[in-house]
Ligand binder design. Structure first.
Ligand code: AMP
Ligand code: GLY
Length: 428
């Protein structure tokens, strides 16, 4: 098979590395890819959101399958266009990707099908949203832009002034463009968060190993929200009993709801969950593999990913045993100093071998590029590398990942020193 992966971050690198293990894969391509992905797949400089450009590339390469990994091309309907052009695909079509593309849609779906989530109201007018927040007078309160906002469209307001400001920023000043024309105001939930990615063919849902993200930029969960500064898998808060409850009350009902709405979901559905004192509730759905969750989940996958994709496209996922490796994985994200705000790029990265790797770990490249000599790796984004290690237990996986991190350097490098600490506490 010849496979084209759309995207160019750490998640895509993890997908490509897993596909590379399959004996069914003859050639791997990636667009736009990055400096590290270029060591594992041939990269082409087509933007992930350039649907026409991507179809032209798929035709030029005569690929057998297009794997659409990021949220924006999925929500824009790249899968539909690829399928119309005759390509097999991995990822939901536009009608199903709305589960991430519109928080108002996903909240209404959960309400209609009794899937546990935070209580909420939806608003198209700033005044109405503010009156509602005043009436409720419950803080913190959560304000979410309806559409995609690079993971930044969620504001947790601790008082009325902050809440009013958030509503105005989104609805009047259009901080997130049209994504904020509609907002969801919802109840603040508490409890450990768990990410559960799943494979689904629209009928059957197969949860992957659970994981834990670390969204804040600084140690002890301080600083700004980021795309994710590190992950561990499995998530120790997610017990077998919790998994059974989630399957019964959340996973299956969601898949069946999408089927009933005429929007069957095929691909990877990501459940962002909060384990509240009143049971697990959905914080958000993502219509794709998470980043950096994928960097700890896929290394633990034993079954051939190509086999899984085939079973999904034939709607035969129920017949395929999906097997996971025992053990744990930890990923520490190495970022540019200043991220998620302003940061420098094109800095020389030292410590990586010719393949962009180090001994003892797998280095997933998120924001790297090759210098003009075609060899030296340079920084090219906020999140630069995801250093991942697997081991029989979490302390060892973390130790290996941090030992790896210490051998890699560039000017102003920033990473968290406490990835996995909360998980370790839960294990005690
Ligand atoms: P999201 O982009 O929807 O994943 O939200 C970003 C983060 O905001 C989540 O990972 C949670 O930590 C937090 N969050 C979102 N919704 C709520 C809520 N209803 N209650 C408490 N925290 C929330
Ligand atoms: N790590 C969270 C996400 O992929 O949205």
């Amino acid at each position: 098979m010849k496979i084209l992966v759309v995207g160019g971050g750490g998640r895509e690198h993890a997908i490509i590395r897993k596909l590379k293990e399959s004996r069914k894969v003859d050639a791997l391509y990636c667009a736009p890819g990055n400096g590290g992905i270029a060591k594992d797949a041939e990269c082409f400089s087509v933007k992930a959101t350039d649907i026409d450009g991507m179809v032209a590339l798929a035709k030029q390469l005569a690929v057998d399958l297009v794997f659409v990994a990021p949220d924006d091309p999925l929500v824009l309907g790249m899968v539909d266009v690829m399928q119309a052009a005759g390509f097999a695909t991995f990822g939901p079509n536009k009608a199903a990707a709305i589960l991430e593309g519109s928080k108002a849609f996903s909240k209404e779906l959960m309400k209609k099908y009794h899937i546990p989530t935070a209580k909420y109201e939806i608003f198209q007018e700033a005044d109405a949203a503010i009156s509602y927040i005043r009436e409720q007078n419950q803080f913190p309160t959560v304000i979410k832009a309806d559409g995609l906002a690079l993971g930044k469209g969620v504001i947790i307001a601790t008082n009325l002034v902050e809440a009013e400001q958030a509503v105005k920023n989104m609805m009047e000043d259009k901080m997130f463009g049209e994504s904020g024309s509609t907002v969801v105001v919802e109840e603040f939930l508490t409890g450990p968060e768990v990410s559960v990615l799943s494979f689904t063919d629209g009928k059957t849902v197969v949860p992957m190993v659970s994981s834990m993200d670390h969204k804040r930029a600084l140690d002890h969960d301080e600083g700004l929200n980021t795309g994710g500064m590190g992950t561990v898998a499995p998530n120790p808060y997610y017990t077998k009993e919790m998994a059974d409850t989630c399957m019964e009350t959340i996973f299956l009902p969601t898949i069946q709801a999408m089927q009933a709405e005429g929007r069957p979901f095929q691909g990877c559905l990501y459940f962002g969950l909060m384990l509240t004192p009143n049971g697990p509730k959905v914080i958000e759905y993502n219509c794709r593999f998470g980043d950096p969750e994928t960097q700890v989940v896929l290394p633990l996958l034993e079954t051939d990913l190509v086999e899984i994709m085939k079973a999904i496209s034939e709607q035969k996922l129920a017949e395929l045993p999906v097997v996971w490796k025992d053990g744990c994985a930890a990923c520490v994200v190495m970022a540019s100093g200043g991220y998620p705000k302003k940061y420098e790029t094109s800095l020389e990265i030292s410590g990586l071998d010719d393949g962009g790797q180090i001994a003892g770990c797998t280095v997933y490249h998120a924001g790297t590029k090759l210098a003009e000599d075609g060899k030296q790796l340079l920084t090219a984004g906020g999140r630069v590398l995801g250093v991942t290690a697997t081991a029989g237990d979490l302390p060892t996986a973390l130790q290996k990942a941090y030992a790896g991190v210490k051998t890699i350097q560039w000017e102003n490098v920033h990473y968290r020193h406490d990835i996995g600490q909360r998980a370790l506490k839960a294990l005690q």
